[in-house]
Design a protein around this ligand. Sequence first.
Ligand SMILES: *Cc1c(COP(=O)(O)O)cnc(C)c1O
Length: 396
Amino acid sequence: MEQQDFDEWGFDTLAVRAGQVRTAEGEHSEAIFPTSSFRFDNAAQAAARFGGTEAGNIYSRFTNPTVRTFEQRLAALEGGERCVATSSGMAAILSTCMGLLKSGDHIVSSRAIFGSTVVLFDNFMGRFGVQTSYVPLTDLAAWEAAIRPTTRLLFVETPSNPLTEVADIRALADIAHRHGCLLAVDNCFCTPALQRPLKLGADIVIHSATKYIDGQGRCLGGAVVGSEELVGKEVFGFLRTAGPTMSPFNAWVFLKGLETLKLRMQAHSANALALAQWLEQQPQVARVYYPGLASHPQHELACRQQTGYGGIVAFEVRGGRDQAWAVIDATRMLSITANLGDAKSTITHPATTTHGRLSAQQKAEAGIGEGLLRISVGLEEVADMQVDLARGLALI
Ligand SMILES: *Cc1c(COP(=O)(O)O)cnc(C)c1O
């Protein structure tokens, strides 16, 4: 086996090559190791591996070469010391909480986060004595005011879903550290190809690899990236024991996804910007939400903090639910599904799907109107997306 030294490589090279260890077969593409356990040369080696005095594979709940290659590659791309891969994005958030928090701790989170994350914090972490307060993403004073002596973690998703609000990661990291807290950033929407939160002062980066890292809607997976101390010790300590582990096959799919991640994110961003600009010109569209538009409230922050604006565009049609549904139902090419981060464009009505569980007042507070539509802009021709949407807009 050869281990390549990737310390000096740039992002594009790391995305293709970091973490690969070739076997004696000399395979060019990364190998998949679908094995639950590993054999030892003798009893002394087994004892040394179990005792931790010799590094090496033991059991795929916590040591698998394909998963390790994915972890090393994503850690290199995020600029983190250590990555732990998980069975899903939610397993990454759960493992972060279980690894870093204890009963009596408090979380401050942005309000506009993934729905299952809210359920995890409120219904499950709450049951074990971890309370969560929610604040508006862009209101730094509200973040600071919500911090209590027991606050251990600040949690943010930026850009937010579906309204693409952008949080100031560096400012949040400063607030967190001033109060002895950690900042975790769910980097699902940008990926390290467009945004590197650890470089901006965040302590933990969380991923749903299910989205852009896969990029073609095939596998579920997640990851936590950060320091050896926090992720290598605490988060990994939970994962190796509790077992929300990534499978070798999924790790291999995600590895291949990382190789094309930047090219895809650039193409998603270019398509999304073109579509957002076109939507702004349509008389039936009241408002477009996209960080790449000059009309976006945090456009300048997005320019500073991100190297691209991502693939998520939201817009409000004039009217309400009937008009929004008419646009969805007139599509023939876009997929009607709530998933995102796929080569295939998807369209969804947040008020009745992803955010359907919110009360009318909660929806109003979150800015989720009945006329709001969200598109995860894929890699098809923008002109074809326009034709598909224009058919429904003409009915309004
Ligand atoms: C999808 C998603 C998750 C959860 O990931 P799964 O892989 O579905 O468990 C977490 N955060 C964000 C922002 C997501 O979009």
